[in-house]
Ligand binder design. Structure first.
Ligand SMILES: [Cu+2]
Length: 152
């Protein structure tokens, strides 16, 4: 069995990518611990294109959940609505932060217990490329760097 707990509570997990995800760096990944028995959870991370060419993320998946997709929360008339983000393009040097109240990874039907500090694998697939693995740490509350946007 793969160890699912971090040794030092490390949050930042970076992946240098190959193929069509070349230059993609995923860091600061975390998942808000859902209530026990909840059929879904939301994951967050920072995606940076450190390469010289545009990257298009086409799909996300996790072996720890039956389904995963990128979602974006939008507010209209004071109500939050989520929509599926089918693809996400990152220009060279661009940094996109998934955080509460905005872009997030919707994770559905967990296959493992989402205990605090568990590490969840997220496989990011770019156009025609092999998936790149990122790691999301299960947390009870957001890390200080990722407080929700409450201004709007
Ligand atoms: Cu969602």
């Amino acid at each position: 069995m793969r160890a699912r707990h971090t040794v030092l509570g490390m949050l930042l997990v970076a992946s240098a990518a190959a193929g069509a995800c070349e230059g993609l760096v995923a860091s600061d990944g975390w998942i808000r611990q859902p209530p026990p028995g909840s059929p879904h959870a939301a994951g967050y991370l920072v995606l940076t294109n450190a390469g010289k060419r545009a990257i298009t993320i086409e799909r996300v998946a996790s072996p720890d959940f039956e389904a995963a997709m990128l979602h974006e929360t939008r507010y209209s008339d004071g109500r939050a609505q989520m929509r599926h983000v089918h693809s996400l393009e990152l220009a060279p040097g661009e940094r996109v932060e998934a955080r509460p109240g905005g872009l997030h990874v919707m994770l559905m039907r967990p296959r493992i217990a989402l205990t605090a500090d568990a590490l969840i694998e997220l496989d990011i697939t770019c156009a025609a490329g092999a998936p790149v693995a990122a790691w999301l740490s299960v947390r009870r509350s957001p890390p200080p760097s990722s407080a929700p946007d409450t201004e709007d």
